[in-house]
Design a binder for this molecule. Sequence first.
Ligand SMILES: Cc1ncc(COP(=O)(O)O)c(C=O)c1O
Length: 404
Amino acid sequence: MQNHSGTSLQERIYLDHNATTPHSPVLKQRWSELYEVSGNPSSIHQDSRITKTWLRETRQKFADYLNCSTLELIFNSGASEGNSSILKSVWNFKKDSKPEMLISSVEHPSVIKTAEYLETMGAIIHWIPVARSGQIDLAFIKSKLSEKTSLVSVMFANNETGTIFPIKEISTLAHGAGALMHSDCVQMLGKYDLQAHELRLKEFDLDYATFSAHKFYALSGTGVVYVKKNSPWVSLVHGGGQERSRRGGTENVLGIASLGLVMEEVKNSSVKVNEMFRLRNLMEAQILKEISRCTVTAAEYPRLSNTSSLVIQDIDGETLLMSLDLKGFAVSTGAACSSGNPEPSPVLLMMGLSRAEAQSSLRISLGWSTTEAQVQLFILTLKEVVEKLRSINLSAKDYENVSR
Ligand SMILES: Cc1ncc(COP(=O)(O)O)c(C=O)c1O
């Protein structure tokens, strides 16, 4: 099979796993079997039995993993819906007595844009600074928390830089002030080894958490929200009583089944996570050695095993991305939802990078099937492309000087 640029699709090397992950081989094996089934889980007759079972089994597997009750999980369309629903739910219930929220300034747009919308409704949002080092400002959180704070929202790990935030410490602070705690956990599963840290998600003491199946090798259009018992919740979608009337609409049964199928792999992903960590570190060390004027953003901060955000000076990130794409490599300049947008990444700007630095950024995110040979080929190609682009830049500058 050939793609538009004439490269064989088989030869392509995918290094953009924070945008989305390829479907797990387990899904590929079971796909024809899933495809045969089409019952509506809300129906009473026998044809609904299998899809009803899928829902029940996936919910149980997820609950076991998080160490929570199945009643605390709601299936939906993904993390954007989950994040929007949570912020709006808290606002609806708490706006009169607790109109303030603390939200990290490097959240995904589904949190940032919802918070900005709530600002237009009268909410007071305190944007928590995150430094260039990756460090979140805990002193700021302490100084702004009050009896007026309804919610603190800080993601588990950032999708662009991979930085992992001290969620347990922040939820303790939030609860100490009587506020609820939400964490967007989209980038955690399959990239962070909870078991190695002797943790299960419940131990972060969250009131809300969001997940998205397409970030851990299952189908897109499927999400899960964890809502701790008795936490405020307003259904964003009203309908036929699905999900205990907390999210209307016939469930995405294939997506939910896919989620159930990959959970076993997620639970046992320690070896894969360690391997991504090894490859990521090897890649960064070699890139820093071989490419001049290149830095890794938040290199010293705890980061996801698979993510690397580089600043390569005197290079336009979009041009670099396109050049690498033509050579068969899929990488990103930042969040997938902003691709095609010439503006530099707001996350990197918020962290204090200059516009020029943000515009020279490249995100590489490895996956479970990334091999050392692929990483080596990527480094070689990156070096070659960067040298070429820099030499073109240099001759363009010479030309400008001559013609002045
Ligand atoms: C951290 C984070 N939160 C939320 C989302 C949105 O997830 P979904 O695509 O399921 O709406 C993404 C996707 O890029 C993400 O990386």
